[in-house]
Design a protein around this ligand. Sequence first.
Ligand code: 5RP
Length: 226
Amino acid sequence: MAIQEGKKAAGRKAAELIQNGQIVGLGTGSTAACFIDNLILRCKQGLQIEAVASSSASAEQARRGQLKILDINEVSHIDITVDGADEIDAKKRMVKGGGGAHVREKILASYSREVVIIVDETKVVDAIGHAKVPVEILRYGSLATGKKLEELGYRGHWRKNKDNSLFITENGNCLFDIAFSSPLLSPEKDHEKIIHIPGVIDTGFFFGYAGRVIIGYSDGSTKTLQ
Ligand code: 5RP
């Protein structure tokens, strides 16, 4: 409950940043959903924006609130994207993809003039790597790709649905969630090793994307890191 208050506070604060006429990237997850709720409220009060969504869940939530959703290929840029994170460190290095949308989220982030990250206080860590790091993997040859990951020393599990079936992303791929045994000193090196394995689409590591970071606290207050 306390964590939820932090998410709501961060989502509310981020919605205040959005300006008339902007193309807004919508992240995915429970914190991003708090932002979308507040964005909808602001639009009901007269704010005019268009949005690009990183998942069908975020697109549906936005459409229910009468926001106009554009396909990413219809826009020349995104002004501002607001998204959550599973972990973020002092250098704004992040792990994302708890919701399985990190590939689309990274595409939106790379196309955005600014990425605002919204997190509750529990997501701020000294070193990333406590959270599982998802790797999106092409279904063709996925077991071979998974073996290569394991040969490099990366242990983890294929993400499953509640009914134990394989989780398939909106891009039609599967996810291997790496469980690191200790926090990472040089996550960039791990990303570099993994990203070059044929069949790997992308990792959940995000480096150099985060602009302002809004941390929400259980008492409803927020802190913004510039
Ligand atoms: C989805 C993500 C989310 O932003 C991340 O998992 C955080 O989710 P939540 O706000 O629900 O804790 O990367 O792919």
